[in-house]
Write a protein that binds this ligand. Structure first.
Ligand code: V07
Length: 268
């Protein structure tokens, strides 16, 4: 996991400032980074408004942040990065904005898929396929296929995702099994519910970041975030740079140091 960082640090083109930055990355990586970081990427519209640009210009700029943050998370040794790109509530936005958003996965992948492959990143998605345009689904399917053997960061996009629906679906599946006599009441456990969620094969998030000053979960991974450290920042998503991620991770590490190995026991 330090290989990627060591390779970066060995670059003879680095000046003193860049060398200092790489050493800071190394210090952060050494201390143990969150295995799973989830991010609510808020503030794209506000970023655009501040510049008298249309909202979609902010979404487009936000896409560049996705690239930067993915790259840094991968180099730090983060295992999973879940990005909330589109919620089941977002369909209520103007049709023109929704249409634009649904083109972003294609645009992102047509520009950055080669880089993701190069960087050993694996693309995944959680959320409902229904309602998504077929061009969006096929772009994502192609990216998943092209990266399925990669062993670095899992870049998990939450697209048309809603946490309560996800829980309802898991509960329905369990109820159907009970009704069919295939499952006993005693077998309805936390583990059984967890395994019915779309995040089934992923670790729970260790750190949730929400940008742009809103201090809410907005129906995002409600079950999975039960023990997650939360980090809220005023920074708008298009302005959220490498420094911003490092700040969030360093703060997370400070909290973990205070816990001194007692994490998960705070409620006892
Ligand atoms: C979207 C850019 C980031 C800020 C938040 C809203 C707008 C990347 C993707 C994406 C999704 C799937 C995929 C590859 C890329 C994306 C939507 C919006 C809908 F396989 N950014 N981004 N998808 N925004």
């Amino acid at each position: 996991m330090f290989n990627k960082l060591l390779k970066r640090m060995a670059d003879p083109a680095l000046d003193d400032a860049a060398q200092g930055y790489e050493e800071r990355l190394y210090e952060v990586a050494k201390e143990g980074v969150p295995a799973h970081i989830a991010i609510i990427m808020d503030g794209n519209g506000r970023w655009a408004k501040k510049r008298s640009l249309p909202r979609v210009a902010g979404h487009h700029e936000g896409m560049k942040t996705v690239r930067k943050i993915t790259k840094l998370a991968n180099h730090l040794g983060v295992e999973v990065l879940t990005l909330y790109a589109f919620s089941t509530e977002n369909w209520k936005r103007p049709k023109m904005e929704v249409d634009f958003l649904m083109r972003l996965p294609e645009e992102f992948l047509s520009t950055f898929l080669p880089e993701l492959i190069e960087e050993n990143v694996r693309v995944e998605m959680i959320g409902y396929h229904h309602n998504l345009p077929s061009h969006t689904i096929s772009a994502i399917r192609k990216a998943k296929e092209a990266t399925k053997h990669n062993t670095g960061l899992v870049l998990n996009f939450a697209l048309n995702y809603g946490s309560r629906s996800e829980i309802v679906d898991a509960v329905k599946d369990i109820a159907a099994q009970v009704a069919a006599g295939k499952l006993d009441l005693e077998d309805i456990t936390e583990e059984r519910i967890t395994s019915g969620l779309m995040t089934n094969n992923l670790p729970e998030p260790d750190l949730l970041i929400r940008t742009s000053g809103e201090v809410r979960l907005s129906n995002f991974m409600l079950w999975q975030l039960a023990y997650t450290e939360l980090w809220f920042t005023e920074t708008l998503w298009p302005d959220f740079g490498e420094e911003s991620l490092l700040e969030a991770v360093e703060n997370y590490q400070k909290r973990n140091r205070r816990f001194g190995g007692l994490k998960g026991e705070e409620a006892n």
